[in-house]
Design a protein around this ligand. Structure first.
Ligand SMILES: Nc1nc2c([nH]c(=O)n2[C@H]2C[C@H](O)[C@@H](COP(=O)(O)OP(=O)(O)OP(=O)(O)O)O2)c(=O)[nH]1
Length: 137
C-alpha cells in the first residue's frame, strides 16, 4: 500500500503555537491537532500545507522548516510537520472548516490541550525548538 502523507502546520507567531480543535469526525471531535490535511496526488507537501491553512483557517502562510520525524496515522497515512508563519497582511486564523476552536499556546501552555495521539511527539519536537528560541521571533 502506498503511503499517503498528511501535513500538519506548527504555525508560530510571537513564540506561540496554534492548536486547532477538531469538530469532526465524531471519533476525533474535541481533540486538538496541528491544522493541515492530506497531500493530494502530485502535490508538494509544502503546497498542501499552504492550501490547507488557507481553506481551514483563512490565512496566508508560508512553511518555514520541516520538523524532523514522521508519525504513523491510520494506514496508509503518515503525519509530517512543518513550522510555518503568517505572511505580512494575512488575516488572523479563524475556524472555518474542520475545527470549532483555535488557541495560541505559549510554551508553558503547550500541554494544556488534549492533542491527538500522533501529534504528541510532533508537538514535543516543536516545543524543544520553541524553547531554544529559533522560531520564537
Ligand atoms: N490535519 C491533521 N490531521 C491529523 C493530525 N493528526 C492526526 O492524527 N490527523 C489525522 C486526522 C485525519 O484522520 C487525518 C487528516 O485528515 P483531514 O480530514 O484533516 O484531511 P483533509 O482536510 O485533507 O480531509 P479530506 O479532504 O479527506 O476531507 O489525519 C494533525 O495534526 N493534523
Amino acid at each position: 500500500m502506498t503511503e499517503r502523507i498528511v501535513v500538519g502546520a506548527a504555525l508560530l507567531d510571537g513564540g506561540r503555537l496554534l492548536a486547532a480543535r477538531r469538530s469532526a469526525p465524531p471519533e476525533l471531535a474535541g481533540r486538538w491537532e496541528l491544522p493541515g490535511g492530506k497531500v493530494e496526488e502530485g502535490e508538494a507537501p509544502e503546497a498542501a500545507l499552504v492550501r490547507e491553512l488557507r481553506e481551514e483557517l483563512g490565512v496566508d502562510a508560508e512553511p518555514v522548516e520541516r520538523v524532523p520525524g514522521q508519525w504513523p496515522l491510520r494506514p496508509p497515512y503518515a503525519l509530517q510537520v512543518w513550522t510555518a508563519r503568517l505572511l505580512p497582511g494575512s488575516a488572523g486564523p479563524k475556524p472555518l472548516e474542520d475545527h470549532d476552536e483555535l488557541r495560541w499556546l505559549s510554551p508553558g501552555e503547550l500541554w494544556d490541550v488534549d492533542w491527538l495521539d500522533p501529534d504528541v511527539p510532533a508537538v514535543r519536537e516543536v516545543a524543544a525548538r520553541l524553547v531554544t528560541g529559533y522560531a520564537s521571533e
